[in-house]
Design a protein around this ligand. Structure first.
Ligand SMILES: *Cc1c(COP(=O)(O)O)cnc(C)c1O
Length: 369
């Protein structure tokens, strides 16, 4: 691919310190000379070795791809920066999306950054407060719909078909293109693709993007293999496990509370062609993993992100994944978005006197001799 005239596609001259996925991975993205160089310094997120969590899961070699470190706190930023840049290139001044929260937070941020309008359609009552705060703070027009995510997406698609507004849900191929960059980063850090990638699956856009990304890198001789995908779905919202849409999806993991995945076919292709599986994990298993990754590794992710950890643990137990396989869990979003899930509103810490001797007694500290 050669488009050397663009500001953002000069890969050979892009400094190593360049920030944002358009600058860092221009050669693999659908950019032209007219694509604006939009960035909030997304991507380049930590890939953390996680030995203590590995032991709990039952594998020898585990890394966590911490997508909560993206500017709006989720992997959605990788695809949103491309989708918004391409919408602007095509002449749009308003973008629209349906969202369980993170897509709206990301769309609002990039629209603000680019100086265009964002309209976000949210299902009533099920969006984590941090995500709502992000969309409002960035000045998006926030509309709450009487319906679930699947219905909100259907409305957004209708509006984008008939009116002058660009759809930035993951049915937009530019979203998927941008999200391939996470797979590139994993290979760049590990030196090759891992053998297993476990991640939560809602609409299926992200597993589609990882699959494409690993394939692009392998075809470019930057890696040698394709990983097996373990696609985690919440038990109450597991259409890809059951092979049929779920009319009323329910789960604490609101980011994957999806009954009719928009990228159904490509998600199934990605997982089955990898020799992997979709796996249903209960809300209790999700919350157990949510606590374990925080307690054992100091990484605070949102509940949906922990579903991949729970599914990998099950896949090790049932023999689908061998303990010696190099594994990556994708932690898709930041735990700070949904603090009410971590700490109940009723939480009231005991208040102790501001007295060192009394605290030393309560904490059972050993006095220095
Ligand atoms: C969007 C999202 C998912 C699901 O990704 P899909 O591409 O819809 O499968 C998982 N976790 C978090 C935190 C998300 O924001």
């Amino acid at each position: 691919m050669q488009s050397a005239t663009s500001e953002v596609t000069r890969s050979s001259t892009t400094p190593r310190t360049a920030r944002g996925v358009l600058a860092r991975y221009a050669e693999f993205l659908p950019l032209t000379a007219a694509t604006p160089a939009l960035s909030l310094a997304e991507g380049d997120t930590p890939l953390l070795a996680a030995p203590r969590l590995a032991k709990w899961i039952g594998v020898d070699d585990l890394h966590l791809k911490y997508e909560g470190a993206n500017p709006s706190g989720s992997f959605k930023d990788r695809g949103m920066v491309v989708a918004v840049a391409k919408a602007i290139e095509a002449g749009s001044t308003t973008i629209i999306c349906a969202s369980t929260g993170n897509t709206s937070a990301s769309a609002a941020a990039y629209a603000a950054r680019a100086g265009i309008e964002a309209v976000v359609l949210l299902p009533a009552g099920k969006v984590a407060r941090g995500k709502l705060a992000q969309a409002i703070m960035a000045g998006a027009t926030v509309i709450t719909l009487d319906g679930n995510f699947d219905q909100a997406l259907s409305v957004a698609r209708d509006l984008a078909r008939d009116y002058r507004v660009a759809l930035v849900n993951s049915v937009n191929p530019h979203r998927i293109a941008g999200q391939t960059t996470a797979a590139f980063e994993v290979c760049d850090v590990l030196g090759d693709a891992p053998e297993v990638v476990a991640l939560p699956v809602g609409n299926g856009g992200n597993v589609t993007a990882y699959s494409e990304g690993f394939r692009i890198y392998r075809d470019a001789n930057r890696s040698t293999r394709m990983p097996m995908f373990i696609g985690a779905q919440a038990a109450g919202a597991a259409p890809l496990v059951h092979g049929a849409p779920v009319a009323n999806p329910e789960t604490v993991a609101t980011a994957i509370r999806i009954g009719n995945p928009a990228s159904w076919k490509s998600a199934v292709n990605a997982v089955t062609s990898s020799g992997g599986e979709f796996s249903a994990v209960t809300d209790d298993e999700i919350l157990e993993s949510y606590h374990k990754v925080a307690e054992l590794e100091g990484v605070f992710c949102e509940p949906a992100s922990a579903a991949g950890i729970a599914a990998l643990r099950i896949a090790v137990r049932n023999g689908r994944v061998a303990p010696g396989m190099r594994a990556v869990c994708v932690l898709t979003g930041n735990g700070l978005k949904d603090p009410d899930r971590a700490v109940p509103e009723s939480f009231a810490p005991a208040i102790l006197p501001a007295d060192a001797a009394e605290l030393a007694r309560q904490l059972h500290l050993t006095r220095l001799s």
